[in-house]
Design a protein. Structure first.
Length: 106
């Protein structure tokens, strides 16, 4: 039900409301948290909150590296991440992601 409410809010142009709904939902135990986080990033981006959107997209990219949503998150990160928005721990997280993706470094 909350996903549909968020979709309806986005359809009505109320990205901030959709982001609030999805943010609340992302705090719960979910079957597919990566899907909710990508939608949250999209809503935050539409609401004019690129820094917060990056946080959601990074969670998907780093915490769910094998999910199909990780590709969408990567695309969004590349679109939004300006030099001033690069996370200070990016190298460490990228290394950890590579190790966690396949159990060994590439």
């Amino acid at each position: 039900m909350p996903l549909r409410m968020a979709e309806a809010a986005l359809a009505k142009g109320d990205a901030a409301r959709a982001a609030d709904i999805l943010d609340d939902l992302s705090d719960e135990t979910l079957i597919a948290p990566e899907e909710v986080l990508v939608r949250l990033g999209t809503a935050l981006e539409a609401a004019g909150e690129p820094e917060k959107a990056l946080v959601a997209y990074r969670r998907v990219y780093y915490e769910y590296p094998l999910s199909t949503q990780a590709v969408d998150a990567q695309t969004a990160i590349e679109r939004l991440e300006t030099p001033s928005r690069i996370a200070p721990d990016r190298f460490k997280r990228d290394l950890s992601r590579r190790i966690n993706s396949n159990g060994q470094t590439r």
